[in-house]
Ligand binder design. Structure first.
Ligand code: SAM
Length: 289
């Protein structure tokens, strides 16, 4: 296991060759089973996530799948049962890597980054950020033998309806979306409050943003934003958020409209319903998400 970031010592009984650097205790930890540990921390090592990693606000450990391969060549894959193109990652190899990951934390959910998975949402990222961390499986080739996914009760999560070459980029997307929700990772926590999908924004997309210069190539900043009238600015932003959501995301718009009309009928339900419309609530059952 390879660790990334700034760390303090923690004893372990694990074999020395799998344990390179000590870890910060009790912080959110991403464990990543991958054939390409050198792909990490990648973009996560930069900017706010990188700074937070260096400060020990979260941990990153890679578990190189190759170390668990079989035979002289440490093979991790074999041909698909039933025939067909490509190769499949072996159940026994992946099982050994997952057992190693679970020694670090048995409580963390195990997620296989997979185009077959349920789409990643802000809600799932928020739920993960509130937990102890996550173990991520990065697939390659045609994917992973189903039996090991079943045996470890693995959840599948997709980052979109397209197929990547491997799960490493998808894992970094999930980690980035999650780590920025951990307290103190973002310089300004306020920016979380009203961004797209947030509870503060009630599941709407964010309004357009502007900054100086006031005039650029004949284009102006909407006058209201320069008025200093906070109520008018807030109304404008709300109207723009509604317009953009309606135009671009009918699914979010419908959920927001349903929640708003229900809240009008019974104001005590407002908070509950806004949570149902936005995607920033905890992990829910499939039919409700
Ligand atoms: N044969 C698989 C299928 O048709 O569903 C695709 C395998 S893909 C070439 C190799 C690996 O990339 C997958 O095992 C998965 O880990 C990762 N991957 C590809 N697309 C992804 C997506 N949209 N979201 C998350 N992971 C993805």
């Amino acid at each position: 296991m390879k660790s990334h970031g700034r760390l303090t010592a923690k004893p372990s009984l694990r074999p020395r060759e799998l344990m390179t650097e000590p870890q910060v205790k009790d912080v959110w930890t991403a464990r990543i089973v991958t054939l390409f540990p050198e792909a990490f921390p990648g973009i996560l090592g930069l900017s706010l996530t990188g700074k937070a990693l260096a400060q020990g606000l979260w941990n990153l450990q890679t578990i190189p799948l190759r170390e668990f391969g079989v035979g002289r060549h440490r093979n991790v894959d074999d041909t698909p049962a039933g025939g067909g193109a490509g190769m499949v990652i072996r159940a026994d190899v992946m099982d050994a890597a997952l057992r190693e990951a679970k020694q670090g934390s048995s409580a963390a959910p195990v997620i296989y980054m997979s185009p077959r998975g349920r789409p990643l949402t802000q809600a799932r990222a928020r739920a993960l950020a509130e937990g102890p961390g996550v173990t991520l499986i990065c697939g390659r080739f045609e994917g992973v033998d189903q039996r090991v996914l079943d045996a470890h009760d693995v959840e599948e999560v997709s980052i979109g309806d397209y197929v990547l070459t491997g799960g490493e980029i998808a894992a970094q997307v999930l980690i980035d979306a999650t780590v920025r929700l951990i307290p103190r990772v973002l310089g300004n926590q306020d920016s979380l409050a009203e961004e797209s999908f947030s509870i503060g924004n009630r599941g709407l997309l964010e309004h357009p943003q502007y900054t100086k210069p006031a005039q650029w190539e004949g284009r102006e900043i909407p006058e209201v934003l320069l008025s200093g009238n906070h109520a008018a600015i807030s109304d404008w932003r709300q109207a723009e958020a509604e317009r953009l959501t309606k135009e671009r995301r009918p699914d979010l718009w419908r959920a927001w409209a349903d929640a708003s009309s229900a809240a009008d009928m019974d104001p005590t339900k407002d908070r509950q319903l806004s949570g149902a419309s936005d995607q920033s609530r905890g992990h829910r059952e499939p039919e409700k998400e």
